[in-house]
Structures are given as C-alpha cells and as structure tokens.
Design a binder for this molecule. Structure first.
Ligand code: NAP
Length: 272
C-alpha cells in the first residue's frame, strides 16, 4: 500500500483526503491519504521523516510551503514562486512542485478561457504569487494589486526578474483596480476577502462582460465577487475548480495515471 498525505498546521479543515481517497477508490489504487501536523518550525525534518518512512507523496500547506524548499529539489516554476505545495518521493530524487499555479491555469482552461492578454491578480500572498507566475508563464501581462502595495510591487519585480514573458508585470494598490480592470481579460481574487464575510476586494462597478473571473476562495463556493461578476456578464470560475485541479495535478504526478476528475470533483463539492 502507498501512503500519500498532507503536512500543514492546522490540517483538520482539509478537503484533500476525501478528494484523493475518492480517486484511489475509483481507480482501485492501493493507497491511503493521511494528514500530518508537525510543529511549525519542523518543515525540513517532516520531509526527511516522510522520505525515511517511505511516504510516496506529500501535499504541503500553510505554514510549510516555503520551509520545505530546502529539503527538496524544486522544479523551475516552484523555485521561481518560492513555494512548494506538492512533494514527489517516487523518483530517484525528492522533487518539489507548485500545483496551485497549474490548478488555476487548468481551471481557466477547462472553462474555455483563453489565457492571453492582461490578467489582474488581486493579492500578493502565497496564492497570489503562485497564480501570478502561472499566468505569466502562459504569456499573460500580469498586473498585481494588493492592500499592502509594497508587496504587490515586490511580486511584480520578482515576475519581471523571472523572464521575458513577465517583462511588463506591474504592482499596485487596490485603489488602482478600476483603472486596471477597464482593459483586462482575466481577474483573479487571491486574497482571503470573501472567505469569512460576504465581502469582495473588487468594486462591482469595475467588472465587465469581457472579463473571466476566478475567485481562489472556495468557502463559500459562490462568493460575492463571483455573484457581482456574473451580474456584469463575466465568465466565472469558482475556487473549488482550482482546488480540484491542483489535486488532480498532484495525483497524476504521483501515480502516473489519469485522474478520475469527476469522482474527485464530486467528493470535493459534496463537502463544500
Ligand atoms: P496569504 O498568503 O495569507 O495572503 C493573504 C492575501 O489576502 C494578502 O494579499 C493580503 O493582503 C490579502 N488580504 C487579507 N485580508 C485582506 C483585506 N481585509 N483586504 C484586502 N486584502 C486582504 O493567504 P494565501 O495562502 O495566499 O490564501 C489567499 C486565499 O486563497 C485564501 O482564501 C485561500 O483559501 C485561497 N486559496 C485557494 C486555493 C485553491 O486551490 N482554491 C489555493 C490556495 C489558496 P496584505 O498583503 O495586504 O496583507
């Protein structure tokens, strides 16, 4: 039996166990997915222990996404983002990946959204970084807007430093959103606004029908931003799709098999 799992602190809220176990059941994979809650300063030790114990794959969540970098060989995208959320122990080396970026990109793809033109990413924390790099890698011009403007500027500078596709990335405060959105094609909320209240970081009047909008917040699934975006005629993609496809990417990376996406989606959405 193969063991996969998640390290985080806390991890009790996670929807990854039912999502991955649904995939094992559907494909009759002899595996279990378990959660581990090591102390916050034990990222590298947790990875080394997992390797010693023969764990086949680990997902990584807050507060370990940066701390595990030293204990793995990050792929180029994870290295540029500076965070790892999936570790693969199945090859000769222990490798680190960031499937949050791939999850956001695939969520758009699966909704028929063409990732060209300009993307506005609201938020410059862990999710914002991953999504901004993912969209820049797709060739989009990325504008980052964040409550703390200096963090948006820092992320934009990191994007520009990472390669030609992000040469024109810029960072802004939230007050620039209306201007930025006027000619944008894609909008992502990567802040936690909308999670605990019915709030939104984006003024409804700045939304328009040519936008495709992803809200990384997945609890609730239907956020105020997505309601406002739908009312403005925009294409909407909820955060559960991003969560699903980051899990699909991890499953396929670990097992080498095509994920049973519908079964994983059912397991996820029935718990939201
Ligand atoms: P994080 O690193 O703590 O970053 C939080 C971000 O939210 C920062 O940009 C912060 O701005 C901003 N923010 C917080 N409160 C705000 C407020 N009242 N007004 C404006 N901005 C505010 O968190 P994270 O890991 O990036 O996660 C962000 C969200 O993405 C969470 O809701 C998380 O659940 C979601 N997420 C979803 C997925 C998925 O698969 N769907 C994956 C990862 C994360 P400052 O820099 O100014 O503090």
């Amino acid at each position: 039996m193969d063991v996969y799992g998640l390290i985080g602190n806390p991890v009790g809220y996670s929807l990854s166990p039912p999502m991955h176990e649904a995939a094992y059941e559907a494909l009759e994979v002899d595996a279990r997915y378990v959660t581990f809650e090591p102390p916050a300063d034990a990222a590298a030790a947790a990875v080394e222990s997992a390797a010693t114990l023969g764990v086949a794959g680990l997902n990584v969540t807050i507060p370990f996404k940066q701390g595990v970098l030293d204990a793995v060989e990050p792929d180029p995208l994870a290295a540029r983002i500076g965070a790892v959320n999936t570790i693969d122990f199945t090859g000769e080396r222990v490798t680190g990946h960031n499937t949050d970026a791939a999850g956001a990109v695939r969520a758009f793809d699966e909704h028929g959204v063409s990732l060209s033109g300009t993307a506005v990413v609201v938020g410059a924390g862990g999710a914002g970084r991953a999504i901004a790099f993912g969209l820049a890698d797709e060739g989009m011009a990325v504008r980052v807007a964040n409550r703390t403007e200096s963090k948006a500027r820092d992320l934009a500078a990191d994007l520009r430093g990472a390669g030609e596709s992000a040469a024109d990335a810029t960072g802004h405060g939230l007050d620039a959103l209306a201007d930025l959105l006027a000619d944008a094609d894609v909008l992502v909320n990567a802040t936690s606004v909308g999670m605990e209240s019915d709030g939104t970081p984006v003024p409804a009047g700045a939304l328009h029908g040519d936008l495709s909008v992803l809200d990384a917040v997945y609890r609730p699934v239907e956020t105020r931003l997505l309601r406002d975006a739908a009312a403005a005629g925009a294409t909407t993609v909820d955060g559960a799709w991003m969560l699903l496809y980051q899990g699909v990417d991890a499953f396929e990376r670990w097992t080498g098999r095509e994920a049973p996406v519908d079964r994983m989606n059912e397991a996820l959405r029935s718990r939201l």
